[in-house]
Design a protein around this ligand. Structure first.
Ligand SMILES: NC(=O)CC[C@H](N)C(=O)O
Length: 304
């Protein structure tokens, strides 16, 4: 069975499922999204890419962008970043505050909000123009430049961002934020507002399936060892307190966002992006998880 045949078959059966989860309610702009949207796009390394459904509709990628900010911070500062953020699954919700105090302000990993705020701080310190440079870095990964920040989503999240404000101030008080919290939060909310479609998103993850190289340009985006380590962190921490479940059911390194997107990679084989805005209770796309579970089962192509 080809990738295309598998995707067509699973898309049809997953689309029919009555249960589809609920769009994120805590960010006003995201709560408006039509929950019946559903798109999938795959970029195999050695075969033509393929998309189905709403794969060319743009959506808010939210926390999936944390893979890009981590990649850039890692490239910029190397192994030093691990002095300020860990690589252990947190077992808590993405925006949890509880572990930070006992962990002395060192977030468990770069994908929970606390860890992503520390990574944001590293980029704010290390780059002249962090927002523009991050976007330029992201665009270098793909032949498509169909990705941009959404000022509307950013403003919407800022209007209710009390928890992230609390997290950033808490981190500052514990000595793990160098800049003013307002500046770090501004960069963080802009990062989370990145918008693209499944077609571009899957291509943006292809370097992580190809030893850190962007196949369209042959450019080394990040060293091979960084690419492997980022995949390891996606595998263990990419789905918050559902990371074990995702490894168990899907078996691919991946990252989700509360916009309902999931990007995942099979090293040396493919990258794939799925979008369905309805979330399960852990904040991960309900149909996105179902789709990927069926996909790796039918194709027998998980990393395990
Ligand atoms: N899991 C997510 O996608 C969360 C990202 C969102 N911008 C937040 O900080 O709450």
């Amino acid at each position: 069975m080809t990738y295309q045949e598998a995707i067509e078959q699973i898309y049809r059966s997953t689309k029919k499922l009555k249960e589809k989860g609920k769009p994120a309610a805590y960010i006003p702009e995201l709560s408006q999204i039509d929950p019946s949207k559903f798109g999938v796009h795959i970029c195999p390394l050695k075969e033509p890419s393929f998309g189905i459904g709403d794969y060319q509709t743009r959506f808010s990628i939210q926390s999936i962008a944390k893979v890009f900010s981590l990649s850039l911070a890692y490239k910029l500062k190397g192994e030093k970043i691990w002095e300020r953020v860990g690589v252990e699954p947190s077992g808590t919700k993405f925006n949890s505050l509880v572990q930070l105090e006992s962990d002395n302000g060192i977030p468990r990993n770069p994908f929970i909000n606390a860890g992503a705020l520390v990574i944001a701080d590293i980029l704010v310190s290390g780059l002249k123009n962090p927002k523009a440079e991050l976007l330029e870095f992201v665009k270098s990964m793909s032949p498509s430049d169909n990705i941009s920040y959404s000022p509307v989503v950013e403003a919407s999240e800022k209007s209710v961002g009390y928890r992230n404000v609390a997290l950033c101030n808490f981190l500052k008080s514990l000595g793990n934020i160098e800049n003013q919290p307002e500046e770090v939060l501004d960069f963080y909310f802009t990062l989370c507002s990145l918008e693209t479609d499944c077609q571009t998103l899957s291509s943006l993850f292809l370097p992580l399936a190809y030893d850190g190289i962007a196949p369209h340009s042959n450019e080394k985006i990040i060293p091979n060892s960084y690419s492997k380590r980022i995949n390891a962190i996606m595998q263990t921490c990419g789905f918050y307190d559902e990371s074990g479940e995702f490894a168990f059911r899907v078996g691919l390194p991946g990252k989700s966002g509360v916009g309902g997107g999931i990007a995942a990679v099979h090293p040396d084989k493919y990258s794939i992006a799925v979008w369905s805005p309805g979330l399960n209770t852990k904040g991960n796309s309900y149909k996105g998880m179902k789709f990927l579970e069926e996909f790796t089962t039918l194709t027998e192509l998980s990393i395990f």
